[in-house]
Design a protein around this ligand. Structure first.
Ligand code: ADP
Length: 398
């Protein structure tokens, strides 16, 4: 069955068409600047040429129409008609406490997702627009919602509650939810396969280190803690997000800089993280690594602070699970940044971890990068959220 996987943002839309039997990608692409001047479709059929078409896309329905045209085009298409697309899988950012698993999309489900909008005001409305556009254009095709938060719904109360008045949980569901769940689930399952061990027997820590970054603790097949919270702002230092800070800093800076809460939130989301810490040098770890290697203070300070925070979370989650069998790195930096991986692992001598430098230098494959006698296994597992969404979709529509 061909599954169309859609990841819809406020002005962008990423898609992949995946053959569920072979698990190969038949075509993929991206619509950018939807609703903005200069919108374009980037389309790459498997084995074919990548094309970029600049064309107006006033809204998401127009964007999806173009995607469906490209997929069925006589010359560059990969299916003859839309009937060959068996189902659509939608990435949805926030499922609140309502969704602990993927679900078939119905009118009731759409309403329940809408009720989660205020928990993710930037993301969920865009996801819903993508669903509405697909339903309009493919009314007979079954659709599945796959939630970033669902995998973390197994966290126990002591991991998800904040030390705030309980009434805010009761009234507004203020609690920790966690994100990147599809990736944490995919990577932890893959790690068990690579190690040839039973998923339910393992204590796994997954470090998803991309522009957004989070760590999760997966014990006996269930997520028991994760570093992101009510929103993706909590936890690690990220590309431009601060991660954990003393909440009193918000008031302190608002007074000092004469800024509103909204202004400060913008600083915490868009101007902080490694970008802010490096004094504006870059949010891209390749630039920061170069700066570090040149012996510049900005690169050294930033990479040391970033790595230290990841290592602290690994320590915390080792304690939370009373041990750890495997630590996995994934996403842009986790998969490619061998230098930062080494910096993080230098803190982990107490776990008996030793890294195999040759294995750590490899890229693009599932690989154990710790030595054979390392006390805890360390792996690099390239994440594949689209494939995970396609698998969830097939499982529900079959
Ligand atoms: P997201 O999906 O959250 O936008 P990605 O998972 O694509 O992010 O990760 C982007 C990050 O990966 C960037 O900070 C980039 O610097 C980092 N990255 C990509 N390639 C490398 C590399 N070769 N070495 C170090 N970091 C890398």
């Amino acid at each position: 069955m061909n599954i169309l996987v859609i990841n819809c943002g406020s002005s962008s839309l990423k898609f992949q068409l995946i053959d569920s039997e072979s698990e190969q990608v038949s075509a993929k692409g991206l619509c950018e600047r939807i609703g903005i001047e200069g919108s374009q479709l980037v389309y790459s059929p498997a084995g074919g040429e990548k094309t970029t078409t600049v064309t107006p896309m006033p809204d998401h329905t127009a964007a999806i129409k173009l995607v469906l045209q490209a997929l069925t085009d006589e010359k560059t298409g990969v299916v003859k008609s839309l009937d060959e697309i068996g189902a659509v899988g939608h990435r949805i950012v926030h499922g609140g406490e309502k969704f602990a698993a993927s679900t078939l999309i119905t009118d009731e489900v759409i309403q329940a997702i809408e009720e989660c909008n205020e928990l993710a005001p930037l993301h969920n409305p865009a996801n819903l627009i993508g669903i509405a556009a697909c339903r309009e254009l493919m009314p007979e095709t079954p659709m599945v919602g796959v939630f970033d938060t669902a995998f973390h719904q197994t966290m126990p109360e002591e991991a998800y509650m904040y030390g705030l008045p309980y009434e805010y949980y009761k009234k507004y569901k203020v609690r920790r939810y966690g994100f990147h769940g599809t990736s944490h689930s995919y990577v932890s399952h893959r790690a068990a396969e690579v190690l040839n061990r039973n998923y339910e027997d393992l204590k796994i820590i997954v470090c998803h280190l991309g522009n957004g970054a989070s760590v999760s603790a997966v014990k006996n097949g269930k997520c028991v803690d994760t570093s992101m919270g009510l929103t993706p702002l909590e936890g690690l230092i990220m590309g431009t997000r601060s991660g954990d800070i003393d909440p009193a800093i918000i008031e302190f800076l608002a007074h000092k800089e004469n800024k509103s809460i909204d202004d400060i939130m913008k600083v915490l989301n868009k101007e902080s993280g490694v970008l802010g810490l490096s004094d504006g040098l870059s949010s891209d770890f390749r630039d920061l690594e170069e700066s570090y290697r040149k012996g510049e203070e900005a690169g050294i300070r930033t990479l040391k602070t970033f790595s230290y925070r990841v290592a602290k979370y690994i320590g915390a989650y080792t304690a939370a699970m009373n041990g750890v069998d495997a630590i996995c790195f994934t996403a842009g930096l986790g998969e490619n940044g061998s230098f930062v991986r080494s910096m993080i692992c230098e803190y982990l001598g107490y776990l008996g971890i030793a890294i195999d430098a040759e294995a750590n230098g490899k890229r693009g494959e599932d690989i154990v990068i710790s030595t054979a006698d390392s006390g805890t296994k360390v792996l690099v597992i390239p994440t594949n959220e689209e494939l995970a969404i396609a698998r969830e979709t097939v499982a529900l529509v079959k």
